[in-house]
Design a protein around this ligand. Sequence first.
Ligand code: MG
Ligand code: MG
Length: 264
Amino acid sequence: MFDKTMTLKSADEIEILRENALIVSRTLAEVAKYIKPGVSTLTLDKIAEEYIRAEGAVPGFKGYRGFPATLCTSINEEVVHGIPGERVLKNGDIISIDCGCQKHGFFGDSAYTFPVGMVGDGVLMLLKRTRESLTKAIEAAVAGRRVGDISAAVQEYVEGFGYSVVRELVGHGIGRQLHEKPDVPNYGRKGSGIKMQPGLVICIEPMINMGTKSVLQDHDGWTIRTADRMPSAHYELTVVVQKERADVLSTFKYIEEILGPSSI
Ligand code: MG
Ligand code: MG
C-alpha cells in the first residue's frame, strides 16, 4: 500500500544513497584535518567543495533555498545553518559542521561537532552525550517500531543529563530530495508517529543545547542560535531502517581517524 508519509527505497537506490553518505563522511574527515585556531570557516568551506567535486558529486546545500555555501558552520551557541565567512576559529570553540552532497540524483547529509584546540570539560561532555544520544536513536530505528521511539530515545537520554532538545529543527527522510517525509524529531513519545518499514532511509540528527531549548534566528535568515547563548551540539548520520537493526550508511570513522584516540 502506498504510504504518503514515507518513500521506501529499493536496494539499488540504497547503494546510491550509501555512496553519497560515504562522500559526505569523507568530506567531513577532510575538513577535520584543517580545524584549528586561526582557520576561517570560509577556508573550510572551500576545502569541502573541492573534495565533493573531486568525488564527482556537487554540494547538496549550495543553492538549496538560496543557501550560499557548501557547509553549514555553526560555532559555539550557533545550533545549525551558520554561513561560512571570514570568522576564524579560536582555541576553546566548538564548531558544528553540516555537509550535504548530491550525486546520481540522490543526496547525502551528515554533521559532526568538533572541538577546536583545548575545550572545557563541560562542553566536551555535551558533545559526548549528544553523540551517544545518536547511537541510542539508531538502536530504535528498526522496522516495526515508530518514529516516536527514535525521538524519545534522544530526549530521554539527553534530558537525563540536564540538557535540552531543540524543537524547531528535526531529522528527516532523504532520497531524491534532501528533506523527505517523515520528520524525525529529537523529542516525543515512545509509540507515537508512523510505524517504520524496511527500506525507509532517514537522517537522524540530534541538536542538543547545554541550556534552554529556545533558539532564535539571526537577521541573515539562516543562522540559528541558542536564546541563552550557551553551547549547542549536532551530530547526524543516515540510516536505512531494516529488521532487527538499522543499516548505517554514513560513518564518523574517517573523522575519528583524523582526530585520533582522544576524540569522543
Ligand atoms: Mg545535515
Ligand atoms: Mg539533515
